[in-house]
Ligand binder design. Sequence first.
Ligand SMILES: [Zn+2]
Length: 338
Amino acid sequence: MMQRKLLLEVKEKLLETLRTGVAKGYGYDKIWRMLKENGVEVSRSTVRKYYYKIFRERLKKRGPYLQRELRIKLYDEVRRLRKRGLSYSMIIDEVYKSHGVRLKKSVISYWCRDIHSPYNGCRVSSVEFLEPSPELSQVIGVVAGDGSATKKKGYKYDIKLDAKDREFVEEFAKCLGKVLKRHPPKVRKQKTGEFRVEVRAKVLYELLKKPIDINRIAPFVEHCEECMRRFARSFFDSEGYVDKYGRIYCYNSDLQLLQYVRKILNILGIRTTEPKICTKKGTAFFNRIRGNTYTAKKDVYYIRVITSDILRFYRLVGFTVQRKQKRLEEYLRKRGLL
Ligand SMILES: [Zn+2]
């Protein structure tokens, strides 16, 4: 384990090196290496912490990256020009003329020498580059349900989920990590007691902005049986409800989406009732968790899994949310089905 408190001696050396390093325009990584070379044992993260503590202005956010779709376009262009025998500077001029973007020589060199490529970067770029997977299907189900996909000022596209069941939010975070090829985003506990996960991902915003475009999500959801099951499960985690008689309901204001969920369940051999209206637009509600009142902005509909298919629902779909899953299991046990 790293020591929590830095020794005074180490701290002095750290600060001194930071001052000289920054004066020379070094980043914290180089400063850390300098310290190491001088035999000062300190972790890289500690150097980073002090670096930003002292030189706060360095924390200023960088401007938005070149959008990935654009980078991919430029990458293809650069490689094409290089094949035609153009020099790096000529390529820079050409790209500037055609796209108005002045690329750095180093970037062109990396691209031409196959060292970097926007295609296999650590982030996924646009909807066409998303690969179908059970995790993606799960993300789709969650955002279609309780989650949100919003566009904010300054090219910020956020995917967010607030929910009271930790395991549900954590699963979602894991799936986001897989889909976006990055570390799973952190799950944070809110003052309300709910859990929140939030991630910036334009690609998912485009796929999942509401109202959900069924034609867009269909190829991913219907990829295979596992994908369909995950979609249904996460949608029911969000919008599903098991009553004390073991009946499974699912609520949503998007009638088309609800019909789509029915279709997927139907393919899995689980039949549901036709959607019925349960809350008229304008009805007032009290949210116990958040302690506020809100009015339904839209009509809300529900479907119900027909009784004889409840066991099949349990076997093929089920819930990630423990309290819903337990309720379902209790019911099945009571009926002697489990
Ligand atoms: Zn699949």
